[in-house]
Design a protein around this ligand. Structure first.
Ligand code: FAD
Length: 385
């Protein structure tokens, strides 16, 4: 049984490792010529960490992860702490600590686990087709690859998705832009083992620890889509958007490196439930493109990979049965996470300012119970629960 995987992002690589683990032949093709992930870091929640552990990467993941012992919300304007609470109840309930990690380091870990030399770089898929006995991918250089099945892990603008659905799918601008990067840990911004989030006026500034004494930071700014931006000017843009905010936020703006600060317009896609056509399937952002508001897009891609492994373990000689099992295990769960993230996104970014003001009030009386319950409900429900 041979799988052809398009895309060496966290979804494609996790799937590659997962299928190799059960003895399938795997070929991975990636359009870029080098490992250059977009974005600074991600939070791998406990469900994602469990998937990485399952792929044999427990100690490697822990070594890259920051230790988040507490979580807090801070009034962005006054700097007053609205709530602060321990993460321990969540860790105990789900049985795994979450790990924020640098994207480049996560990507490198997955590439090395899959086998760097086995990744075919510089191969841009331009077409995919399906036949009675195999599926075939055509690349921009005119070459082709054939497998018993094809996994399109080709990201948010997936060509495979268009093939599987039979039409292009329109993504939706979520209403905000995310600026992100890495800085050295600084107590003036937030405690070293805390996920600190400043909120006010439908905007958000957050820092969370990753390995080696660094914070992953991000700023969410609501603005129309398609505003001009010159790379390297993040400090000016953020200083203007967060003028008058608390000293911790000003410190972060002073400290960040504008040259390495990323700016990402946030989009998502309505959930859809057809993930398979014949011998071709979508996985990761190609199948479920979410806003990052609950930090579950990449975790969900890892869950897809584990579910794909389970499906081929259960149906080792039947591609169609395996892909059908994969699809039915995943579409509802992944779609639910997209909709949860969208809901969270709207409250955080003041789509309805009254609802957001009510949320700020709730935060002032929060002891952690409600927030952790919400996060736990995102974490549970995947292939490893
Ligand atoms: P990608 O990472 O996009 O990889 C797709 C790969 O396919 C790319 O390498 C691309 O070059 C390749 N490719 C595309 N087209 C072709 C082609 N035609 N031929 C060959 N190769 C191709 N998730 C979390 O779990 N936690 C978080 O905290 C989190 N934070 C986020 C913050 C932001 C600002 C954003 C934007 C996203 C965040 N996410 C987070 C989501 C996460 O980044 C994605 O869900 C994840 O990267 C999806 O992985 P993927 O492998 O499906 O797609």
């Amino acid at each position: 049984m041979k799988a052809v995987i398009i895309g060496a992002g966290m979804g494609g690589l996790s799937a590659g490792i997962a299928l190799k683990q059960i003895g399938l032949d795997v070929e991975v093709y990636e359009q870029v010529t080098e490992n250059k992930p977009v974005g600074a870091a991600i939070s791998v929640w406990s469900n994602g960490v469990k998937c990485l552990n399952h792929l044999g990467l427990e100690s490697e993941t822990a070594a890259l992860g920051g230790i988040v012992d507490t979580m807090s919300y801070v009034d962005g304007l006054t700097g007053d702490t609205m709530c602060r609470f321990s993460m321990q109840p969540l860790i105990e309930e789900v049985g795994q600590r979450p790990y924020p990690v640098a994207r480049a380091e996560l990507q490198l870990m997955l590439m090395e686990a899959y086998g760097m030399a086995d990744i075919n770089f510089g191969k841009k898929m331009v077409a995919v087709s399906d036949g009675p006995d195999s599926a075939t991918v055509t690349f921009a250089d005119g070459s082709t690859a054939e497998g018993d099945f094809v996994i399109g892990a080709d990201g948010a603008r997936s060509l495979t998705r268009e093939y599987v659905l039979g039409h292009p799918a329109e993504r939706r601008y979520a209403g905000y832009v995310n600026f992100n990067g890495l800085v050295e840990v600084d107590d003036a911004i937030g405690p070293a083992t805390e996920w600190t989030t400043y909120v006010a006026d439908g905007k958000r500034v957050s820092v969370m620890p990753i390995a080696d004494n660094r914070f992953y930071f991000f700023f969410d700014v609501t603005m129309p889509e398609g505003q001009p931006f010159e790379r390297g000017t993040a400090r000016e843009v953020l200083a203007e958007n967060f003028a008058g905010w608390a000293p911790g936020v000003q410190k972060l703006i002073d400290k960040l490196d504008p040259a390495t600060t990323n700016r990402v317009e946030i989009l998502d896609l309505d959930p859809f439930h057809t993930w398979v056509k014949g011998r071709v399937a979508v996985l990761g952002d190609a199948a479920h493109n979410t806003t990052p508001d609950i930090g579950q897009g990449g975790c969900s891609a890892m869950e897809d990979a584990v579910a794909m492994q389970f499906a081929f373990s259960d149906h080792p000689d039947d591609v169609h049965a395996a892909l059908a099992a994969y699809e039915s295990a995943r579409t509802e769960r992944a779609g639910d996470l997209v909709l949860r993230a969208r809901k969270r996104c709207d409250v955080t970014h003041a789509k309805d300012p009254e609802a957001t003001a009510a949320w700020y009030d709730e935060l002032r009386s929060e002891d952690g119970t409600r927030i952790l319950r919400g996060i736990v409900s995102n974490i549970v429900g995947g292939p490893l629960t």
